[in-house]
Design a protein around this ligand. Structure first.
Ligand code: HEC
Ligand code: HEC
Length: 188
C-alpha cells in the first residue's frame, strides 16, 4: 500500500517537473518570438541586411542615391551616411522624406553584418548570440544594447512619415530580459 502511494507520488512529481520544464521552454520561445518581431521590423531590419546597401521604407526597398555600406558600415568613400544623416531627426516642420537622424548612424561593418532580415527564428537567435558577429557582447551586454543604444531607440522615434516599431520598447526589453534569464535558448 505505502509503496504504491510512493510510486504514485514519484510519477506525479516527475510529470509535474516535465510539465514545468515544458512550460519554461514555451515561455522562452514566446519571448523570443517577441524579440524576433522587433528585430525583423523594417525600422530595425533595414540596417540589418546581407547586402551592401541599406534598405528604406516598410517594403524594405534599396536605399536611393546609390548609397553603399563601405567596409566600416559608414558609407562608401565620398558618400558617408553622415553627409545626410545627422545626430537627431529633423524637426517635424521639415515634413516627411528627410533623412532620419540618430548618433553614429551607420550599418554594421561588412565583416560582421548582423543579418536580421528574413532570417528563420533559430538562425536569427544564433546570429544574435554569436560574439564574432555581435561585437563580442555577452547576454548582459546585448540586453544593455537593446535597452539603451541610440540606433535601437530610434526605432520608436523614427521621424515624420515612418511608423515606429509596434511592440512597446519596454515590452521588448522585458521579453529580451526573460529570454536571457532563461539562458537564451534558441527555438526548435
Ligand atoms: C541605422 C542603422 C541601424 C538601425 C536602424 C538599427 N541598427 Fe542595430 N545595429 C546597427 C549597427 C551599426 C550595429 C553594430 C554595433 C555598432 O556599431 O553600434 C548594430 C547592432 C545591433 C545589435 C547587436 C549588438 C552589437 O553591438 O552588434 C542588436 C541586438 C541590434 N543592433 C538591434 C537593433 C534593433 C532592435 C533595432 C531596431 C529597434 C536596430 N538594431 C536598428 C545599426 C542599426
Ligand atoms: C545622399 C543622402 C543620403 C546618404 C548619403 C545616406 N542616406 Fe539614408 N536616407 C536618406 C534619405 C533622404 C532618407 C529618407 C527617405 C524617405 O523617407 O523618403 C534615408 C533613409 C534611410 C533609412 C530608412 C529607414 C527606414 O526604416 O525607412 C535607412 C536605414 C538609411 N537611410 C540608412 C543609411 C545608411 C546606413 C547610410 C550610409 C551607409 C545612408 N543611409 C546614407 C538620405 C541619405
Amino acid at each position: 500500500m505505502h509503496v504504491c502511494i510512493l510510486r504514485i507520488f514519484a510519477t506525479l512529481s516527475a510529470l509535474l517537473l516535465a510539465a514545468s520544464a515544458f512550460a519554461r521552454v514555451a515561455e522562452a520561445d514566446a519571448d523570443f518570438a517577441t524579440v524576433q518581431r522587433v528585430l525583423q521590423h523594417p525600422r530595425c531590419a533595414n540596417c540589418h541586411i546581407p547586402g551592401d546597401a541599406p534598405l528604406q521604407f516598410d517594403d524594405s526597398r534599396p536605399h536611393a542615391q546609390h548609397v553603399r555600406r563601405g567596409d566600416d558600415g559608414k558609407g562608401a568613400p565620398g558618400l558617408p551616411c553622415s553627409t545626410c544623416h545627422g545626430q537627431a531627426n529633423l524637426p517635424a516642420s521639415y515634413g516627411a522624406h528627410v533623412p532620419p537622424g540618430a548618433p553614429n548612424w551607420h550599418l554594421p561593418p561588412a565583416a560582421h553584418r548582423m543579418v536580421f532580415i528574413d532570417a528563420p527564428a533559430a538562425q536569427l537567435c544564433r546570429t544574435l548570440k554569436d560574439s564574432a558577429q555581435n561585437g563580442g557582447k555577452d547576454l548582459a551586454a546585448l540586453l544593455e544594447h537593446v535597452r539603451s543604444d541610440a540606433l535601437v531607440l530610434w526605432g520608436w522615434n523614427p521621424g515624420q512619415g515612418r511608423a515606429p516599431v509596434p511592440v512597446p520598447h519596454a515590452d521588448f526589453v522585458d521579453a529580451f530580459r526573460r529570454w536571457t534569464d532563461a539562458g537564451a535558448p534558441c527555438p526548435g
